[in-house]
Design a protein around this ligand. Structure first.
Ligand SMILES: O=C(O)c1ccccc1NCC(=O)[C@H](O)[C@H](O)COP(=O)(O)O
Length: 241
């Protein structure tokens, strides 16, 4: 199936374009459960939820495909990609090229690569594999050394996670501290722990182009309005080098 897919040479460019605009772009996540919160909204219909996010102005949809702790499924990715026109991102702990092909076959436009979860040889291998299969990447970091690794492999969309994935503790200063160090040619995404426009303000002021939000909007009774409130935040004139 993967071999028969049409080529997608400009995947990275299209993804980056979707995440830049005059206001903060929202990557809205479909999140049924998580290790830090337990059940969030177990009954979510992924495609219907994604459609509500897009109604509220979401620029991309993050689809958790990990089943045991997040309640996700690869089928959700296919359902979301078939339902909405914005890029769908496979969000999982991806460690092998076959997982990228799995994502592409199901219609994903992009996939998450977590620098901390990949060895010095695995990260470039997975970046090359993503390019080969026509997927853009969201490369996730949490400190300066990881930012250097992301830049070395040519990442152009870089997410800074406020959540420490080992302790699950959210430090809301992580993204605002690191985002100014992300070069201006890259898209900078602040991730995790944000619920309200006030939570987003420090990252927006630091030069974020986009945010990735999951728990708050997945639990919301009105996901379209919840996304709309976040998508209205103005993007700062860039302070990035
Ligand atoms: O969310 C968790 O508890 C978690 C635990 C361990 C590894 C990853 C985890 N989450 C992945 C994410 O990065 C978030 O789903 C995403 O950034 C959205 O965060 P939030 O808005 O705080 O749900």
């Amino acid at each position: 199936m993967a071999r028969d897919l049409p080529s997608a040479p400009d995947a990275a460019e299209l993804f980056a374009k979707a995440l830049r605009g005059p206001t903060i772009r929202v990557i809205a996540e479909v999140k049924r459960a998580s290790p830090s919160k337990g059940a969030i909204n177990l009954g979510i219909d992924a495609a219907a939820q994604a459609a509500r996010y897009v109604e509220g102005g979401a620029a991309a949809i993050s689809v958790l495909t990990e089943p045991s702790r997040f309640g996700g499924a690869l089928g959700d990715l296919a359902d979301v990609a078939a339902r909405v026109a914005v890029p769908a991102i496979r969000k999982d702990f991806l460690v092998h090229p076959v997982q990228l092909w799995e994502a592409r076959v199901r219609g994903a436009a992009a996939a998450l690569l977590i620098v901390r979860a990949l060895s010095p040889s695995e990260l470039p291998l997975l970046m090359d594999a993503a390019r080969e299969c026509g997927l853009a990447t969201l490369v996730e970091i949490r400190d300066e050394a990881e930012l250097e690794r992301a830049l070395e492999v040519g990442a152009t969309v870089i997410g800074v996670n406020n959540r420490n994935l080992e302790t699950l503790i959210i430090d809301p200063t992580t993204a605002p501290t690191l985002i100014p160090r992300i070069p201006a040619h890259c898209v900078a995404v602040a991730e995790s722990g944000m619920q309200t426009p006030d939570d987003v303000a420090p990252s927006a002021l630091a030069g974020a182009d986009a945010i990735l939000v999951g728990s708050a909007i997945s639990a919301s009774a009105d996901p379209a309005s919840a996304v709309r409130a976040l998508a209205a935040i103005p993007r700062s004139a860039s302070t990035r080098r």
